[in-house]
Design a protein around this ligand. Structure first.
Ligand SMILES: [Zn+2]
Length: 205
C-alpha cells in the first residue's frame, strides 16, 4: 500500500523509478533445441536457453542460477549500456579508420563487438542473479557450483561458445564465493523467505 502511494507520488512529480525500464517487459523463456551450451538475454525480456545447456544442468536450482544470471542482464540494463558503448566505439573507429591501418581496426572491432557483454557485466550479472534466485526461493549456494561445473565441462567443444563470451567458470565461482556481502544478503533473503513461507523443510538450509 505504502509502496503504491509512494510510486504514485513519484509519478506525479514526473520522477522515474530506478526499475522503470523493467515495467511492461514481456518476460519469456525460449528453449531452442540445439546442442549448443549457451543461454542469453535479448532486450525486452526474452531469454533464450539452448537444450545443450539443459543436458548439463538438470536441477531446478542449477537452471535458476542460469536464468537468474540472464534476467540480471536485463535488470542491470546491460543491453542499453552496451549499445551506448558500441556507438562511441563506432564513432571512434570511423575516426581511426582514416588515420591508422584498417586491418588493425578490424581486429580490434571484432574483439570488442563480438563479445555480447563485457566481463565486468558478466560478473555483475552473476551477483545480481544470486540475489534474484534467492528471492525466487532457490538456494544461492548452488550458484558457485554451477559456474565451476561450467568451467569443468569446458573441454566440450559446444561449451567454447559460452566461454568465449563469459569469464572462466573457475574465476566466476571464486568471485561469487568471495563476494561475502552479496552472498550474505542472498542467504538472508533465503532465510527470511523460508521463515515466512515455509518453503524449505526444516534443517535443509
Ligand atoms: Zn551473461
Amino acid at each position: 500500500m505504502w509502496v503504491d502511494q509512494s510510486r504514485k507520488k513519484g509519478k506525479e512529480k514526473g520522477g522515474k523509478s530506478a526499475n522503470g525500464h523493467l515495467e511492461g517487459l514481456n518476460w519469456e523463456v525460449l528453449v531452442v533445441n540445439d546442442h549448443v551450451v549457451n543461454a542469453f538475454c535479448l532486450p525486452g525480456g526474452k531469454i533464450v536457453v539452448f537444450t545443450g545447456l539443459l543436458e548439463h544442468f538438470r536441477t531446478d536450482e542449477e537452471i535458476a542460477t542460469i536464468i537468474g544470471h540472464e534476467v540480471a542482464h536485463a535488470v542491470a540494463r546491460h543491453a542499453a549500456e552496451q549499445i551506448t558503448k558500441n556507438l562511441w566505439f563506432t564513432i571512434g573507429q570511423l575516426i581511426l579508420y582514416q588515420f591508422v591501418m584498417p586491418d588493425l581496426v578490424n581486429t580490434m572491432s571484432n574483439l570488442l563487438l563480438k563479445l555480447p557483454f563485457s566481463r565486468r557485466m558478466e560478473i555483475e550479472a552473476d551477483y545480481i542473479g544470486l540475489l534474484l534466485m534467492a528471492s525466487a526461493g532457490y538456494d544461492p549456494r548452488v550458484a558457485p557450483k554451477v559456474f565451476e561445473k561450467l568451467g569443468q565441462v569446458s573441454g566440450d567443444s559446444a561449451l567454447r561458445d559460452y566461454l568465449s563470451t563469459h569469464p572462466s567458470g573457475k574465476r566466476r565461482s571464486k568471485l561469487l564465493s568471495e563476494a561475502s556481502v552479496i552472498y550474505r544478503e542472498a542467504m538472508e533473503i533465503t532465510f527470511s523467505m523460508s521463515r515466512f513461507q515455509g518453503h524449505y523443510a526444516e534443517g535443509q538450509i
